[in-house]
Design a protein around this ligand. Structure first.
Ligand code: HEC
Length: 248
């Protein structure tokens, strides 16, 4: 090997070493930056704080303020209850053979839909029902869903006289707050979708009893604003007042 060649090799080796060192330095730098970003000066949810006298980092809304989109002033729409409900009006309850809580009177529930009942609303309700309710209540609302067949307590059928005559506000309330052994779905299903599900349950009921005098009437006019992501009502309420036997 000539002297020249050997020199070339030495230089190449040195260059390689320097490159490795520089790369290593850059890598450590990068890691240092990352760990800085990991430890940000912010609070985790529910973390303790020494800054506020009550020791909480989570703060309440300033008094008199409402978060955007949470005004919820349409009581019927957001609760299914009438204005000025009577707090002393007790729902008469009893327990049936399956151990389910049975209510015969619904003193504070609204009897009309607070939004126009349209085909779009019912279709949306069908879709939501099949996501959230079918597992227990079954395809046609008989209370024979797959979870029930595997041992979950059997809910009542939607097709008995009591639930056929129950006002729409009762169904809305059951979805929002739960009922006896049934969980609440208020956090998972938005109010407009809950009404859509109620409209679909009514449709199921009508499909079994086309002559029943079931209420599909709406107290809302077509201008009623519906929240974003909700089923968009299109037809005027007057056209949608009676929908019979619409189940597919
Ligand atoms: C995990 C099973 C389960 C799911 C899912 C479920 N339910 Fe129920 N539901 C029940 C059971 C059980 C009862 C009876 C509870 C009781 O009376 O203690 C019931 C009762 C009801 C009742 C009757 C209330 C009354 O007056 O007797 C309605 C209406 C109802 N559910 C609607 C719904 C709707 C709508 C959904 C979907 C958003 C839904 N449920 C999802 C299990 C379920």
């Amino acid at each position: 090997m000539s002297l020249n060649k050997r020199n070339e090799r030495r230089i190449a080796l040195r260059a390689a070493l320097i490159l490795t060192a520089v790369c290593g330095l850059l890598l450590t730098e990068a890691c240092g930056v990352r760990s800085d970003m990991q430890d940000q000066p912010r609070y985790d949810a529910y973390e303790k704080s020494d800054f506020f006298s009550d020791g909480r980092s989570s703060r309440d809304y300033p008094e008199g303020t409402v978060a955007r989109g949470h005004l919820e002033e349409n009581k019927a729409f957001y609760t299914g209850k009438i204005d000025n409900p009577d707090p002393n009006a007790q729902a008469a309850t009893s327990t049936d053979a399956n151990g389910n809580t049975v209510v015969a009177s619904f003193p504070n529930a609204v009897t009309e839909f607070p939004l126009p009942v349209t085909k779009e609303l019912i279709d949306r309700g069908e879709e939501r029902y099949k996501i959230y309710c079918i597992v227990c209540h079954g395809q046609f609302g008989e209370g024979d869903g797959m979870v029930v067949r595997r041992g979950f307590p059997k809910p009542p059928t939607f097709h008995d006289d009591r639930l056929r005559n129950a006002p729409v506000g009762h169904f809305f309330d059951v979805i929002t707050n739960g009922w006896g052994k049934m969980n609440s779905y208020g956090y998972q299903v938005q109010a407009a979708d809950r009404w859509a599900i109620v409209a679909y349950i009514r449709t199921l009921q009508l499909s079994r009893n086309p002559d029943a005098n079931l209420q599909m009437t709406s107290s809302a006019n077509s201008n009623t604003a519906s929240p974003a992501n909700a089923a968009k009502p299109t037809a005027p309420a007057a056209n949608a007042a009676t929908t019979k036997g619409g189940a597919k």
